[in-house]
Design a protein around this ligand. Sequence first.
Ligand code: NAP
Length: 328
Amino acid sequence: VRVGVLGATGFLGGELVRLLAEHPEVEITAMGSRSNAGKRLSQVRPNLVGAADGPLEDLDAAALADRCDLVFLALPHGTSALAGSALRAHGVPVIDLGSDFRLKAPADHVRYYGRTPGAPELLDEAVYSLPELTGAPVGDLIANPGCFATALALTLAPVADADRVLVSGITGSSGSGIAPSAGVHHSLRRTDFKAYKPLRHQHLGEVRQLLASRGAVPSIAFVPHSAPVARGIHVTAFVEGVSGVIDRYRQAYANSALVSVTDGPLRMGAVVGTCRAEIGVVEGDDGVVVFCAIDNLLKGGSGQAVQNLNLRQGWPETLGLPLIGGWP
Ligand SMILES: NC(=O)c1ccc[n+]([C@@H]2O[C@H](COP(=O)([O-])OP(=O)(O)OC[C@H]3O[C@@H](n4cnc5c(N)ncnc54)[C@H](OP(=O)(O)O)[C@@H]3O)[C@@H](O)[C@H]2O)c1
């Protein structure tokens, strides 16, 4: 399958190229960039020397339609809607790693992102795909989940009938993308620690939407934090009003190649660099705590996008995905 990657110079785009370059069923035939068009990708992403090191190009939808059977979008919020609707108008299947096609209700775009949807006519066609919970995606416009949303949904789905869930989460600086700014620069995060968007993180919209489609949505109080690490997400959920919890997780993910369940806390470093998710459960007299760890750029982004491609094409689910991490 001939694929294109738009936003190839970004953190998710670069990780996509890294995975797709070694994927046995895929040929990368286009790598899109606006500000770096004309350069080779390895001039911007030194880790990609020798891996699909073709030229970066500023391509329109017609050119992409000639060269690609499917295009991944790894673009900023608001930009995917434009690129996605142009590509769909040319009949090109799209997997979008951004947020523009995740929410169904236009009112939720306003509530969680503060703006009306950029391509409202495509919201019905878009298929939100977190494979462990939604199955193999069928369709030509796949909305890949957000990074925190992936960890939250995997954590909450088996206990969605709980009365209330309190969640504290941490994320690494790569979650903010490649462009440094005063609020997210790694050198400032390196020596600091802070909560951000307490109780109002934008990914709560897609998590509530997904849980509602499965039947039950608990009250979710979520506080994310910026941690002094480059990649990785770790969430800690205090679950109220349910019991027999570890068996629920073991059952829910029994057939999952990428989610493992353990009795006890986790090491986030064990999943960084992999497309796996780990879930840990601790049940005691004073409550139930569930932990989940993922790599935000892999299971939380590019790896899950390749997992979605694999399932859409009918290939083995984990084809081309890293499953074993480094240590440290
Ligand atoms: N980082 C994560 O952990 C993560 C996880 C899941 C989902 N996401 C989502 O995935 C998307 C990409 O995230 P990212 O972290 O990879 O972002 P990023 O590092 O900022 O990369 C985005 C890329 O898009 C290109 N771009 C910027 N503005 C553009 C525009 N107006 N039109 C076309 N291209 C433009 C830039 O490349 P050029 O300047 O070279 O054109 C840039 O390298 C975002 O929607 C993000 O919310 C991120």
